[in-house]
Design a protein around this ligand. Sequence first.
Ligand code: HEC
Ligand code: HEC
Length: 345
Amino acid sequence: MFRWARLWIICLNILGYNAFADDYSSALNELGRTATAAELSAWDIDVRPDFVGLPSGSGSVEEGEALWFDQCANCHGDFGDSNEVFSPIVLGNITEDDIQTGRVAALTDPSVVRTTFMKVATLSTIWDYINRAMPWNAPKSLAVDEVYSLVAYLLNLAYIVDEDFVLSDKNMEDVQALMPNRNGMTEDHGLWSVAGVPDVVGSACITNCSVNTAITSFLPDYAMNAHGNLKDQMRDYGPLPGMQTAPAPQLPVSQLQQSGSLDQRPADLLSASGCKACHQMNKALIGPAFTAIRARYAGADASDYLAEKIKQGGQGVWGSVPMPAMAQLDDTVVAALALWLASGQ
Ligand code: HEC
Ligand code: HEC
């Protein structure tokens, strides 16, 4: 591509059209504008392990507990212990010894269920992650002090701080010194230090390995499109091209109806619309099974109600876990989904 462009410009130069090349590059210089300070600070929210970037503030275990029950427990369990869909955040299996040594002993036992607090080495990661990504259905909605409170609550559940503890930017470093797996992370390898010997250089430590090419695990159906279409996010060449996790482009409802294929396409439409992160066809996951929803509204002319529910989200019809507003979806897609859901068993 680039070579052809160059050749083209050389030809133009020969023909005396070099003014074109000059115009072209000055037009490029005029593209875009410098980001404003406000844009940069909205973007620049990372908190580093050395706590650079940590905003000042504070929050107590007690405040964190209330927020947790309000905004987090329905997915992660009352004590961060839910293992239903997500891996548990805390399970109460961290010992005083671990906190002393900074290395969680149970990690050497493959039969023990891993939790976030058993593995994570840096407190900044927990703070940063909750601040940028949680709650899952409303990321970046928490105030700074709320993030401190929630981290304090989790630290208490993991037996790292007492129940009257108040976490703040002033004592994050002291708490880091108590993190149960703080010594579980090594920076002593080539991926971290480019000056050292890369850890890809080495001698084989085993010989005569059997090469087993059987596929032993695969992306489960419900998680297929949880992070968008993987194929669109990877290069098309190389040994591992991204898998097609979403179907081909969504058809508008009129086309679906014309082709009479509304009933054969819902699975595709549901994946493409990000519903399968929480719903499965025949089994309740985070949300109810689609077959259960269809049975419930069969014969009730509920398509407007369901369209509204998909767009706006809501809570309490099937349980306490909220359905987030799927406001980003095209109206025709919402209508197609609602029509199908309302069309009976
Ligand atoms: C609607 C469900 C939902 C709600 C509500 C929710 N989370 Fe999460 N949480 C998730 C999911 C899903 C993940 C894993 C995301 C991923 O791996 O991409 C996660 C991951 C996490 C993790 C990281 C765990 C790890 O080891 O990677 C933390 C910490 C966390 N959530 C805290 C919170 C807090 C605090 C709240 C409340 C403010 C909250 N979550 C509310 C669904 C939820
Ligand atoms: C983050 C998880 C999540 C995602 C993503 C999600 N849902 Fe839901 N959905 C839920 C939960 C939880 C409920 C139960 C809410 C309740 O009890 O009111 C629900 C309920 C529903 C209901 C029943 C509403 C009622 O009032 O009976 C419909 C219909 C529905 N979802 C459709 C969809 C569709 C279509 C999509 C994709 C466009 C989708 N959902 C994406 C979690 C989710």
